[in-house]
Design a protein around this ligand. Structure first.
Ligand SMILES: [Fe+2]
Length: 637
């Protein structure tokens, strides 16, 4: 992929030679301008001297007052993000605290046919007090549709486009953005690229503890962030950290609320979402991630639930798989197949075939019964562990949110509205519910669940697990047919051959890489290192065709400059590396093919410098190979 294209500096040649060189350069550059897509340079590229910062720091004083917008009630720092299926969250800030958290919107300019009411928050840090931060969720919205909207019932009209529900899907990717003149170039280049959504793997404003820089960042990105969803995760610069003061993510969490609640997470620092048919997981490098952490437990449940719910969709909607259920293991499948064969022969009406069919039918029934019994046993074994209880309860909550077929009330009742209190009765009720659900019947009984973790709810939740865990391994295959792309973003890279931040992602990689590998993640995109690097598919430090493609893209344009020093020799997994500012574009064309490009900021022009086709793991044998490992990790207490 790499070629070495740039000349190194040498003593100035005579004037005539310089003129000749200039003419040649002009001719070459006009050709290059017409075909920049084919230009591949790489780590030896000597980029032009960087321009100085425009206004990296508006003020050195963290207590400086924000500048008022044209009117204190006008919306400022408007940005949008996804908020669950077919919903978008609009966030903006007003200096006037009396402005309502309301958004009027519609599909025609100036004609607002819908209104949504939301919530607001604010915070103080040292002597700084934020404006009123509004969060309003709009929807359900049409896919791939332009909406016009107005915040707080006044001010300018904005517009955004919702992402498509099917491929092709175009994602802009940028990390470590900051707010310098380099940032402005990057944003201008992103604006030129048609994209459905922007992904940012951490380090947004470089405000650190200087809160007014969050405001200037919000204003800087508003022209783009108000038109397409910006999905971000936190970097180290999102964390307020002053010696002797409590550190945290107060401003980031208040200003950049992401769909964590909608994805079953309890923290804004990690969450997931689906767009078109890609599942995207945003992990947190600066919160606990070890095997005993909440984040790890959520990730496990999230991956398991993703599979489970996809199977429910298939069993309810599909034709061939309409009878798929949680107990559908190999033995059951074999018995059912035998029964079906005899059934076909049975049409011949021969006595031998009729007898064979009856025997096979009994055998299939027995196999189902045994499989179900085993599944229940697995559940009860798991009940004994504390970790299991926690995971299971989360599963129940996610299920409740995703399917909307369990009402938020406090107890469980039977079909005639009688409150169930005995264990056996409760168990039977859940069994009935999921038997119907997984066998494709239209309506399961209405079950009741609330947020408290009392004995009753724990019992309900544990029963949910009974129905999910035994089936996970088989589900992976089905799942990836429906959601063929699985992409992860985090801040500190796991595969990094730059000297900057060397080894900082290692402990997170040790904890999480086996799980993500077993779940057959296609790409892992990081920031943090202020340069660009792309790795081959890799796992456990070695090239692996079933591993993820790793990309480091912490080169959005922050005030700290570029990380220019690389380790040599270059590791086998590193394909392309270059210390320049820029952004990436991922165009997912279909369920198997995506086109990744990285665009260097070359003065005023974005130059496509790295370019590769990526095949999804969904269509490969990797999924089959790793399904057993995935099941083992998911089942581990
Ligand atoms: Fe960073």
């Amino acid at each position: 992929m790499e070629t070495r294209g740039a000349a190194r500096r040498s003593p100035p040649p005579p004037v005539a030679v310089q003129l000749l060189f200039l003419l040649i350069l002009l001719a070459v550059s006009s050709c290059a301008a017409a075909s920049t897509g084919d230009l591949v340079i790489g780590e030896d590229y000597v980029r032009p001297p960087a321009r100085r910062h425009r206004k990296a720091l508006l003020s050195l004083f963290p207590w400086s007052k924000k500048k008022a917008s044209s009117s204190a009630s006008d919306p400022q720092q408007v940005h949008i993000s996804l908020a669950g299926e077919k919903h978008v969250r609009v966030t903006w800030i007003t200096d006037d605290n009396s402005v309502s958290s309301v958004v009027d919107y519609g599909t025609k300019a100036g004609m607002y046919t819908s209104t949504s009411q939301g919530e607001s928050t604010s915070y103080s840090y040292l002597l700084y007090s934020s404006g009123k931060i509004h969060h309003v969720v709009l929807g359900p919205l049409e896919d791939n549709t332009v909406y016009y909207y107005r915040c707080g019932g006044q001010g300018l009209e904005f517009q955004f486009k919702t992402p498509p529900s099917q491929f092709p899907l175009s994602l802009a990717v940028v990390g470590d953005l900051g707010q310098t003149s380099w940032t402005t170039s990057t944003l201008n280049h992103i604006k030129q690229c048609e994209h459905d959504m922007l992904l940012l793997p951490g380090d947004l404003s470089y405000a650190d503890y200087m809160q007014h820089l969050w405001d200037s960042f919000g204003k800087l990105v508003e022209p783009l962030a108000s038109t397409r969803p910006w999905m971000v995760t936190e970097g180290n610069h999102e964390k307020e950290h002053i010696p002797f003061f409590e550190s945290g993510f107060q401003s980031y969490n208040a200003r950049w609320k992401m769909p964590y609640d909608e994805s079953g997470s309890t923290s804004n620092l990690y969450y997931s979402f689906e767009v078109a048919r890609a599942h995207i997981i945003m992990l947190g490098s600066y919160t606990d991630y070890d095997e005993n952490s909440d984040q790890y437990a959520w990730l496990k449940v999230s991956l398991a639930m993703k599979s489970s719910f996809r199977s429910v969709d298939v069993s309810r909607g599909g034709k061939q798989e309409a009878k798929d259920t949680w107990w559908w293991n190999d033995e059951v499948q074999r018995a059912i197949k035998e029964k079906e064969c005899f059934k076909r022969l049975h049409l011949d009406k021969s006595a031998a075939n009729i007898k064979g069919y009856k025997i096979a039918k009994r055998a299939a029934k027995r196999a189902v019964s045994v499989a179900k019994g085993q599944a229940y046993d697995n559940l009860y074994e798991r009940l004994g562990t504390k970790k299991g209880e926690k995971d299971i309860y989360r599963m129940a909550r996610i299920h409740e949110r995703k399917t909307r077929d369990i009402n938020q009330i406090k107890c469980i009742k039977d079909g005639v509205d009688r409150l169930l209190v005995r264990d056996e009765e409760i168990k039977d009720r859940w069994r009935e519910y999921f038997d119907k659900l997984f066998n494709g019947e239209e309506e399961g009984p209405i079950l009741e669940l609330d947020d408290s973790f009392d004995d009753n709810n724990r019992r309900f939740a544990l029963l949910l697990l009974l129905l999910y865990l035994p089936f996970q391994a088989d589900l992976a295959k089905i799942d990836r047919k429906r959601t063929p792309w699985l992409i992860v973003l985090l801040h500190a890279p796991w595969y990094n051959s730059n000297w900057a931040h060397q080894g900082e992602g290692d402990s997170m990689m040790t904890a999480m890489e086996p799980l993500l590998y077993a779940a057959h993640v296609d790409m892992i995109i990081a920031g943090h290192v202020h340069a660009y690097e792309r790795a081959e598919r890799v796992y456990n430090g070695r090239l692996d065709p079933c591993g993820a493609v790793h990309i480091t893209i912490g080169d959005g344009g922050n005030r700290e400059g570029l990380a220019r020093r690389y380790r040599n020799p270059k590791p086998a997994w590193s394909v392309f590396r270059e210390a320049s500012f820029g952004h990436g574009e991922l165009k997912i064309l279909n369920s198997t093919h995506a086109h990744w490009t990285w665009h260097r900021n070359d003065d005023e022009e974005p130059v496509r410098t790295d370019d590769v086709w990526i095949n999804s793991l969904a269509g490969t044998g990797c999924i089959q190979d790793s399904s057993r490992e995935l099941r083992k990790i998911l089942m581990a207490p």
